[in-house]
Design a protein around this ligand. Structure first.
Ligand code: TXA
Ligand code: MG
Length: 316
């Protein structure tokens, strides 16, 4: 089962796999993605297959720069302003797709919008530039499970069955923020590594919460997602016997399995450590992982979103 030979050692090797219609996992600043040439339907289908992902759930397309993205989607002045100021970065924009974009309709699951982003990770952008095609990439995890923030987690979750280009540990640790630009309004479809406050301050417009006013949703926002094998008990002020504990801020006296997202209660550090800590605690096979309360402000919005979905009963 373990075949390290499948893993590319360079961007060129990874690009060759993608050019040949294969799939390859790669690092971004948020989480690892499982990529395919977005213009090749067979390749994109292999991504859905490898993840066991429902076909109604569209993918994010990764571009090397704004110029590549502009060939795929139509930017309103507001959308252009956001992209110019915040890309590269963990911000995905959902915009009307150009009919001539050439993107496989499997990527969009039949929608007439496309989710695009320019990742703030040099190797990710170089991979897209070397392929010279946009890369469709969902997070590199089996559908519904925890996301991966290092190459080892991807290799482990796919039992070495997909090639992984190692790009180190992801700096942000949670997925990109998804914003739909509708008329002249910004609607957040998924909280993520770029805070609403930052987006809002950059363009001087409020970022509406999903369903506040505009009826639009990311089809992939399922109630249960990012699920560990263990149950999760949220807002736990103290661990109980038999549980594993995910602390935030001060660590309690506890002899069971414990990880601290951030001993100094720093939300950025907590986001970076979130999935890795859950992977580590889950590997101890506890019945339940208790999680300390995390503030809901700033990056706490994305962290709490992931935890709530991870705690929801699994439907997969
Ligand atoms: O940080 C990230 O965004 C990572 C890295 C790899 O870039 N990718 C990621 O992809 O999180 P994924 O597939 O796990 O999540 C993509 C989300 C899904 O909830 C999907 O429904 C939504 O994006 N989405 C994609 N295209 C959309 C569209 N046209 N309209 C609304 N939502 C869309
Ligand atoms: Mg995902």
């Amino acid at each position: 089962m373990t075949d390290p030979a499948i893993h590319p050692q360079s961007i060129d090797q990874a690009a060759k796999i993608l050019t040949a219609g294969g799939i390859c996992a790669f690092a971004t600043e948020t989480v690892y993605g499982l990529g395919a040439n977005a213009t090749n339907s067979d390749a994109v289908l292999s991504v859905y297959q490898a993840k066991g992902r429902p076909r109604f759930n569209p993918l994010i397309v990764h571009c090397s720069d704004f110029t590549m993205a502009e060939k795929l989607v139509v930017f309103s002045p507001l959308a252009r302003d956001l992209a110019e100021k915040l890309w590269p970065g963990p911000l995905t924009l959902v915009l009307p797709m150009r009919p001539e974009a050439g993107i496989s309709d499997i990527v969009t699951a039949g929608l007439d919008t496309l989710a695009v982003r320019v990742p703030a990770h040099d190797a990710a952008r170089e991979l897209v530039a070397t392929l010279n095609r946009p890369i469709a990439a969902p997070s590199a995890n089996p559908s519904g499970r925890l996301s991966a923030t290092c190459a080892e987690q991807v290799k482990h979750m796919f039992a070495n069955s997909v090639p992984v280009l190692d790009g180190g540990r992801c700096a942000a640790g949670v997925e990109s923020t998804i914003i739909a630009v509708v008329d002249d309004e910004l609607v957040q479809l998924r909280a993520g590594a770029m805070t609403r406050e930052e987006i809002s301050a950059t363009v001087g417009k409020p970022v509406l919460a999903t369903r506040e006013g505009v009826k639009i949703a990311a089809p992939g926002m399922l109630k249960s997602h990012y699920a560990p094998n263990a149950n999760l008990r949220l807002n736990a002020t103290a661990p109980r016997a038999g549980e594993a504990f995910l602390a935030f801020g001060r660590s309690p006296d506890f002899t069971g399995p414990m990880r601290n997202l951030s001993a100094t209660a720093d939300l950025r550090e907590a986001a970076r450590n979130l999935f890795a800590s859950l992977h580590v605690l889950d590997a101890e096979n506890p019945e339940c992982i208790a999680v300390a309360p995390i503030p809901k402000t700033g990056l706490g919005e994305a962290i709490n979103d992931r935890l709530q979905r991870a705690a929801a009963p699994t439907t997969i």
